[in-house]
Write a protein that binds this ligand. Structure first.
Ligand SMILES: [Ca+2]
Ligand SMILES: [Ca+2]
Length: 498
């Protein structure tokens, strides 16, 4: 038996070697960049641009960790801890971090996070502590502005300084599904935009200035002067390519299309009129004046369900990827390389598919690229040489997650959530944010039921394909003496959708 086993293995080894020798194909895999380090829900990786070769990892819950950019790094130090003011769950949390271009001199850095009561996004400045370069001063917070969030999802998150020295800020359409408030197209709203502000100036009572060449600077129509570009759904991650100065954004789609946009000043990127290259609402639609994506991919196989924008690769370790825009999909674990030089030709190459939830990409001071997996690890890309006949095993996993809220937008704690369908599961929410998730779900139709004493039972049907991840929001209405209190039942919002 043992001999047989050994023989088969030797045969396979020989066979595979021959194939590889005959036709080598360059492929990629993810490799742990810092094997000794794990993080609590990492959503971003940044460097301070101060020549110290440190990396900063953002944890969604409200922390930033700092460590030496060395694969042997044994531990990370807490740089910032603002968990006391961040509300984190689902798409809420500490979502973005950017160091001031003159950080080495002024010690300023900026964060984008969500806070509760009322639900809002906050853009704030912090300072490094005077005593320890690896610690921020938690008391140094200076809030630049608050933006009310009508729903818990689609909060954007990215912050980055452009080559012009201005701070660019991503804000999603506010949430729910289908942009019910039409914020993307409303230039009097901050939501569904990329904003641009001058943090080195003040203007009236604000702690920032409006760059004089912002598209709506000085307008008299009530448009927000901070707007740089609009018509975006949820530009979770964007980045600047320093070689071209282009601003690349991954705009997360609704039900069908994920898109990559090159963002230019004053342009309208189409949402909610269009999702990718397709009319969404209304359909058919008038596409005049709308900027189309440079690339889109569908939710069908082999796509995904939520784009995570990356970076144009300008490092040295992977020369064959130089100048390619590397990006991924949160749900499917795919990473692609897109080649686009401004002409008509676009080439998109799948680099890999792995069992990770890609929350963000980051680069170090040498422009080498890293990948954040929401499950805790930081990866880098490495090349492998393998047989062209090797086919990856499909991964079947899915997730249903969401929130339980009342009809005034408050989270409901300690509700009991039941999933019924191909299998039955139960959960009691202990989470302060009324957030729940069921992972490892097979494709099927399920009923999600929320119950809590004093509230009317709520049900929602949801159909999942294998590997899909869907977000739902359950709204519960209060009852009075066992009856639904109709006075509270004035607004009915989102039921269903991804
Ligand atoms: Ca929101
Ligand atoms: Ca678009």
């Amino acid at each position: 038996m043992k001999f047989w086993y050994l023989s088969v293995n030797l045969f396979l080894l020989f066979f595979v070697s021959c194939v590889v020798g005959a036709q080598q194909i360059q492929q990629y895999k993810l490799q742990e960049a810092f094997p000794h380090l794990s993080f609590d829900s990492p959503v971003d990786l940044q460097h301070a641009g101060d020549g110290t070769n440190r990396l900063f990892v953002v944890s969604q819950r409200g922390m930033v960790s700092v460590f030496e950019n060395n694969p042997l790094a044994k531990s990370a130090q807490t740089f910032l801890d603002i968990r006391d003011r961040v509300i984190a769950a689902g798409e809420l949390g500490l979502l973005g971090l950017a160091f001031h271009p003159d950080y080495e001199q002024n010690g300023y850095f900026y964060v984008n996070y969500t806070a509760a009561n009322p639900l809002r996004s906050i853009i704030a400045r912090y300072s490094v502590s005077e005593a320890d370069p690896n610690a921020a001063d938690n008391k140094s917070e200076l809030i630049l502005f608050h933006i009310r969030q009508p729903f818990p999802n689609h909060n954007g998150g990215q912050l980055a300084f452009g080559p012009d020295g201005y701070l660019y800020i991503a804000l999603g359409d506010g949430g729910s599904a289908g942009d019910p408030q039409n914020n993307g197209q409303n230039r009097s709203s901050f939501l569904g935009k990329i904003l641009r502000i001058d943090v080195n100036a003040t203007s009236g009572e604000t702690f920032y200035g409006i760059p004089p060449d912002n598209p709506f600077a000085g307008n008299t129509k009530g448009f927000k002067e901070e707007i740089y570009a609009y018509g975006l759904r949820n530009p979770w991650r964007f980045s600047f390519d320093f070689a071209t100065g282009w601003l690349w954004a991954g705009d997360v789609g609704q039900n069908s299309w994920e898109e990559i946009d090159i963002i230019t000043k004053g342009e309208n990127y189409g949402w909610r009129v269009m999702e990718g290259n397709h009319c969404y609402n209304p359909s058919p639609c008038n596409t005049t004046g709308l900027a189309l994506p440079v690339w889109e991919y569908g939710h069908d196989n082999p796509g995904g369900c939520s784009i995570t924008g990356g970076h144009v690769y300008r490092g040295k370790k992977l020369p064959e990827l130089a100048g390619r825009y590397l990006y991924g999909d949160y749900c499917s674990g795919r990473i692609w390389a897109l080649r686009y030089d401004g002409g008509n030709s676009v080439t998109n190459t799948l680099l890999l598919k792995e069992d990770v939830n890609i929350s963000s990409f980051g680069i170090d001071e040498d422009h080498e690229i890293f990948i954040c997996d929401l499950n805790g690890k930081i990866y880098e890309l490495s090349t492998v040489t393998s047989s062209p006949t090797a086919t990856p095993t499909p991964i079947i996993k899915g997730k249903i997650f969401g929130y339980v809220m009342d009809n005034k937008g408050n989270f409901i704690k300690s509700a009991r959530i039941k999933l019924k369908g191909k299998e039955t599961r139960k959960k009691t929410l202990s989470d302060t944010a009324g957030f729940f998730e069921f992972t490892g779900i097979e494709g099927a139709t399920y009923k999600v039921i929320a119950e809590k004493t004093g509230y009317k039972k709520t049900r929602q049907m949801i159909t999942m394909n294998d590997g899909e991840e869907k977000e739902i929001m359950l709204e519960m209405k209060k009852t009075v003496d066992g009856k639904v209190n109709l006075l509270l039942n004035k607004e009915v919002f989102w039921q269903g959708g991804a």
